[in-house]
Design a protein around this ligand. Structure first.
Ligand SMILES: Cc1cc2nc3c(=O)[nH]c(=O)nc-3n(C[C@H](O)[C@H](O)[C@H](O)COP(=O)(O)O)c2cc1C
Length: 178
């Protein structure tokens, strides 16, 4: 069994990226178990003064999930041409302890959707860069940046080709995690 922790860069209840993450959970191939860690909004802002043995419970929970995962799938929109703050904050927490973080060598892929015609590629590239610097083994060629316009106002599950692309992304990530 390959356990994939899913991190979501939007806190919005009706988030399209949440819908994509939900699809990833549904279409994962047999033997792959993706689980959404839906608590990024509970993390305090990263601060070295509170990054110690008494770190907040959501921080410990995030690090434990990352540690027990075989791989990480990040699903995120783009905010102002870059990584949404809630996700960047999670990266900062996950990047420590320096040199020995839960992300060290962890296979990781980034996908997502955004309003612009490039579907959030800037954010996705920067998310890859940031996780790589944090120590993850980033899958640079597993890419999916979905412009919202391409959904024509429908739920992503209505788009068969998109569902297949999500399945492919999860499959590639899980295969590379072996
Ligand atoms: C603060 C903010 C900044 C945004 N900046 C961008 C941007 O730089 N590029 C883009 O394509 N969309 C941008 N958007 C639009 C988002 O891509 C769009 O709202 C998307 O649906 C958010 O993802 P979600 O549906 O998963 O919450 C921005 C939205 C917000 C709220």
């Amino acid at each position: 069994m390959t356990y994939v922790v899913v991190l979501l860069g939007s806190l919005r209840a009706a988030s399209v990226n949440r819908q994509l993450a939900g699809l990833a959970l549904q279409v994962a191939p047999e033997g792959v178990v993706p689980v959404l860690f839906d608590r990024l909004g509970e993390l305090p802002f990263y601060n070295e003064d509170i990054d110690n043995d008494d770190a907040a419970e959501p921080v410990t929970a995030l690090r434990q999930e990352a540690a027990r995962a075989d791989a990480v799938l990040v699903v995120t929109p783009e905010y102002n041409g870059s990584i949404p703050g809630v996700l960047k904050n999670a990266i900062d927490w996950l990047s420590r302890p320096y040199g020995n973080s839960a992300l060290k060598g962890k296979p990781l892929a980034v996908i997502g959707a955004a309003l612009g015609s490039y579907g959030g590629t800037w954010a996705h590239e920067e998310t890859r860069k940031s996780f790589a610097i944090a120590g993850s083994r980033v899958f640079e060629s597993t890419k999916l940046s979905v412009p919202l316009k391409s959904l024509n106002g429908m739920h992503p599950r209505e788009h068969g080709e998109l569902v297949e692309k999500i399945r492919d992304a999860v499959t590639q990530l899980a295969a590379g995690a072996q």
